[in-house]
Design a protein. Sequence first.
Length: 148
Amino acid sequence: MSQTQIGDALAATVPMVRTLNLTFGEITRERAVVHLPDQPDYHNHVGGPHAGAMFTLAESASGAIVLAAFGDQLSRAVPLAVRAEIGYKKLAMGPVTATAELGRPAADVVAELDAGERPEFPVRVSITREDGAETGEMTVVWTLRPNA
């Protein structure tokens, strides 16, 4: 899948992507970048993006890299998020960006799938403000569930 196809697919299939007006930047097998614009309707009590919006932003970035890295496996396995942990480090104000990276080589994950296993792998996400300060970090553990 191309970068545009991945962004379009997520916007078409994940209503929260459209609700939050997320936009997709770079999407490769190594990295995915997703942007959350500054929107007063999704602010928290101090005027920055709500924690739920930041969670959705980061989880969406993790999903984008999973599709980029494993889109060629969709005929035999379904990618599913298993668990996620997020840490909020600094006050986020204005637009924020999530950058996701795979925590294991894609080839190792596919090798486990080839061996009949249900691989799990982490995706690490950094959330930053426009000034580059990291406001949050998230790890989403994904699996490729083999089709029955």
